[in-house]
Design a binder for this molecule. Sequence first.
Ligand code: FAD
Length: 353
Amino acid sequence: MIKTDILIIGAGPTGLFTVFEAGLLKLKTHLIDALPQPGGQCSEIYPKKPIYDIPAFPEILAGDLVGNLMEQIKPFEPGFTLGERAETLERLEDGTFIVTTNKGTQHHALVVAIAGGLGSFEPRKPPIENIADYEDKGVSYFIKDPEVYRDRKVVIAGGGDSALDWAIYLAEVASEVALVHRRNEFRGALDSVERVSELAKLGKIEMITNAEVVGLRGEDTLEQVVIRHKDTARGEEFKDADDFIPLFGLSPKLGPIGSWGLEIEKNAIKVDNSYDYQTNIPGVYAIGDVNTYRGKLKLILSGFHEAAIMCQSAYQRIFPDKKYVLKYTTVGGVQGFDGSKKEAKREVVQSIG
Ligand SMILES: Cc1cc2nc3c(=O)[nH]c(=O)nc-3n(C[C@H](O)[C@H](O)[C@H](O)COP(=O)(O)OP(=O)(O)OC[C@H]3O[C@@H](n4cnc5c(N)ncnc54)[C@H](O)[C@@H]3O)c2cc1C
């Protein structure tokens, strides 16, 4: 059982900044995210796009914003459960919580902060009848650690950037890589398409276009994929494979959070924005894109602000007898759990007038 003060569901920009605000209050945090990497929409949808409305950053790439947040929270040593979806929330008699993921990982927390954005990003699965039987037995929808595929026979399906980029990467790792796409043209970046064609000419990737994977075979684990060609003369092909990785993109869904007894309005969680972004379940907060209230702006800066307020309220809930006095970081500095210190510097402040 993983134990923490604040369990943050969602490691998007809001969840990541919550670690910092909680850290200033000496509260421990742990994050769960369904995706294999932190950053939420910024990492998953638009890492290379510049954002222009982050205060004091005239322009910053979404991926760099996530990188900076990761750097900023490092001293507070957050724990991560990545690639797992928070599935159930149980409120114990003492008012604390147990959150269990779809893979059975249990987390015990004094307070829960839902920073789930648009919801958990679920992979779009191809309509293959027995695909669920091979999940984690050869079929995966994300690549968490490419080394897992070393010297294995891998079949990737898809025509976007993700499928192309991973085919290129795994060409150097796996013993065989086949890329199956239902059209002749790919949707991904031109230079990636060119690179895949070069690797195909070198015999490092087998490109199978105008075809789809329609079946999976194997005793306990995956052994073969069935590929159907649009060209009826070629019919069906049985290809030996240790791994099948369909990369057809992700779609966000509020998912299991929707059945936790929270008040939901238009696919978002209603919160008390007159005070602390708490939900109708005491001790459960909802911050960032996942919440709704009158006048809500679904922007990164709203999530940052809500995280700061929410952490102050969580502190009062955890330590009802202690009074916390807000300290500027310029005055109090930042002391990490690892002993690192960013000292407040004594400088003469010039007064005007
Ligand atoms: C193309 C695009 C451009 C944008 N441009 C801007 C901009 O210029 N400026 C701006 O301010 N905003 C912009 N936004 C919006 C901005 O990205 C969001 O406001 C921001 O990402 C919200 O952060 P968040 O942390 O609240 O949620 P998200 O970034 O959505 O992160 C939520 C995370 O929670 C995880 N999650 C959800 N449910 C579960 C669960 N049950 N278990 C485990 N994990 C779960 C998800 O996997 C996800 O990683 C843009 C959005 C898009 C799509």
